[in-house]
Design a protein around this ligand. Sequence first.
Ligand code: 5GP
Length: 130
Amino acid sequence: MATIFSKIVAGEIPSYKVAEDEQFYAFLDINPLAKGHTLVIPKREVDYFFDLTDEEIAAMQVFAKKVAAGIKKAFPCIKVGQAVLGLEVPHAHIHLVPMQSERDMLFTNQKLKLTQEEFEDIAKRINEFL
Ligand code: 5GP
């Protein structure tokens, strides 16, 4: 059965798309730690990040680097933090989170509640800097 993220890539479930190429897809996390919190996923369905091939991890990191640069321009921050957890969705993904402090990377923090319009604006803003 396809993962929820594969359904997002296929357009069967809507998402706020930030970027895409043949191999990877970037979209806003629906429960963001901060405005600009983005997920980068491989289109190939693999649960555990470290089960991706060496080539996929390398290419995914280069793709995430470009997205992170766009996030940093759209949402000025000290740095964009990166995390790989994968305890909730069994489809490998990198979290990119604009950080003003180390605390912004705590996944136990309360998540932001944003409107559809806010999500659309955020995705558009990042996309404009890519
Ligand atoms: P993890 O698997 O890394 O522990 O967490 C999965 C992340 O995916 C969470 O931050 C959660 O908010 C996000 N997420 C789960 N389902 C959806 C969804 O349907 N759409 C989007 N955009 N994000 C999701």
